[in-house]
Design a binder for this molecule. Structure first.
Ligand code: GDP
Ligand code: GDP
Length: 458
């Protein structure tokens, strides 16, 4: 838990630009079109020696009905509630608008710590707006140019004492959270202990139900779902707690096949999807039960494997499936056939809509993570290697038998093994596969990528 700053303001004032500047990696989308950024989004911000959490919000809209604007506003109020302080951004080039005023009033009423910022302050065009901003009654506006990086030292000197105050409060109340990740040799299932949140990405085709699923897991209307196409466009992360275990989930609506939105957004979204896979430890590939294992689903799963992530396949909309018994058999068969590189991967059926199966999904994520972290003792490995070679010796190209001498686990996350042997180049693909499948089965490592390297003894 760190100091949390919410960035709020109506659309187009430059919130995403500022968020990106603070977070430093492009987790957010920026575009000229108003309202492109609609969800809560978190990032780890860096400003000088300050590290804090920044939450970027949807635009504050002056609407109270259940329209999109109304929901965005509720979302923003929630962001303000979860933050220690709130950076209220206005556009100094446009000046103070009635919408700005309404929300200045809301922020005042909430009694939260507000830092007023007038953005786009580079150059003279901003002078008039800056003076208007004083009139909001929220103190002296901080002059910012998110785009040009102006005003960052001033922002730092405002945030520094606020952050120190918040940290002091947290230290008083927080329980001991440091836990051991445990690098020593051990067998069998480990009790998962994490010092950092477990990073999970939910990826899948548009309309697979990613936002619905994450809302369910969160138990609140944190993301917007609805019939509006492309409502969740970028990689966002949300944090939750599974019985005391901190989890961070990336939701991506990236990886869209058809450009329903502008191409520029499209490109950003796809790379956001890829980025989410890279950040993640466990990737949940969410399929739609009605159209499972489409080309795009397979590509995502393969990408996750190549990136060395733990993978769980979740088949969504199971509530709407008429013939569950036959379907599950078919899905299992297809999964083994189409994703041999992830043999034994956990396949769970869920309904994001009703919440059925989510406990099993949670359990599968933890198991996949556990397997991904598994370590096998060297003595056991070598005993095993001996038996494998005896059962099925490696080929003898040109009559020269290859000797597999020694084996050890070089890494975890995902598990990687080194076999010392004579003539490593002569080991065939199929023999490597034999060993990998054997490792998977005999040391109970289903569904995780396994790396195997053949090395000659120097
Ligand atoms: P948001 O809707 O509040 O998140 O706003 P964006 O970050 O998407 O920015 C809206 C537009 O304002 C984009 O075209 C940005 O390039 C532009 N913008 C953001 N910050 C600045 C700034 O400091 N100066 C100027 N001139 N333009 C900016
Ligand atoms: P995303 O594009 O992957 O984020 O998908 P959404 O979460 O927006 O869901 C797309 C559509 O599928 C929405 O109309 C949801 O109501 C619907 N949907 C999501 N999950 C389920 C489910 O478990 N069962 C059924 N029947 N419909 C679902």
């Amino acid at each position: 838990m760190s100091f949390t700053l919410a960035i709020v303001g109506r659309p187009n004032v430059g919130k995403s630009t500022l968020f990106n500047r603070l977070v430093g990696r492009r987790l957010a989308l920026v575009d000229d079109q108003p309202g492109v950024t609609r969800d809560l989004r978190e990032g780890e911000a860096k400003l000088g020696d300050l590290r804090f959490t920044v939450v970027d919000t949807a635009g504050l809209e002056d609407a109270t009905d259940d329209s999109l604007q109304g929901r965005m506003r509720r979302l923003t109020e929630r962001a303000v509630e979860m933050a220690d302080a709130c950076l209220f951004v206005v556009d100094a080039r446009v000046g103070v608008t009635p919408v700005d005023e309404v929300f200045a009033e809301i922020l005042r009423r909430k009694g939260t710590t507000v830092i007023l910022a007038a953005n786009k302050c580079e150059g003279r065009a901003a002078d008039g707006g800056l003076i208007e901003a004083y009139g909001l009654g929220l103190g002296e506006p901080l002059r910012l140019s998110a785009e040009h990086g102006e005003g960052m030292p001033e922002l730092y000197s405002i945030l520094k004492p606020l952050a120190a105050e918040a940290e002091a409060r947290i230290e008083e109340t927080a329980p001991e959270t440091d836990v051991d990740v445990g690098e020593e040799d051990e067998d069998g299932p480990r009790v998962p202990t994490f010092e950092k949140p477990l990073q999970v990405a939910v990826v899948g085709r548009p309309n697979a139900g990613k936002s619905t699923l994450i809302n369910r897991l969160l138990g609140e209307d944190r993301l917007l779902t609805g019939p509006e196409a492309g409502i969740t466009r970028d990689a966002i992360s949300v944090r939750l707690d599974w019985d005391g275990l901190p989890v961070r989930i990336f939701d991506t609506a990236g990886m869209r096949k058809k450009a329903k939105v502008q191409e520029k957004l499209e490109k950003l979204s796809v790379s956001d999807g890829l980025r989410a896979v890279k950040f993640a430890e466990v990737v949940v590939v969410l399929l739609d039960a009605a159209i499972p294992f489409e080309q795009q689903d397979l590509r995502i799963a393969d990408l996750a494997e190549r990136e060395g992530r733990a993978v769980v396949i979740a088949v969504n909309k199971w509530d709407a499936e008429p013939d569950k018994n036959d379907k599950i058999l078919m899905l299992r068969e297809e999964c083994e056939r189409l994703l041999p590189q992830l043999r034994g991967v956990r396949l769970v059926t869920v309904s994001a809509k009703t919440g059925r199966g989510l406990d099993r999904l949670q359990e599968s994520i933890l198991m996949a993570h556990d397997v991904w972290n598994r370590r096998v003792k060297t003595a056991k490995l070598n005993q095993w290697l001996g038996a494998m070679v005896e059962a099925h010796p490696p080929p003898a190209p040109g009559g020269r038998r290859i000797k597999l001498r020694y084996m050890t686990q070089a890494k975890t996350r995902p598990p990687g093994f080194v076999v010392m042997c004579s003539n490593p180049k002569d080991i065939s693909e199929s023999y490597s596969r034999y060993l990998i499948n054997g490792l998977r089965q005999d040391f109970d490592m289903p569904g995780t990528p396994i790396r195997l390297w053949m090395r000659s003894q120097a």
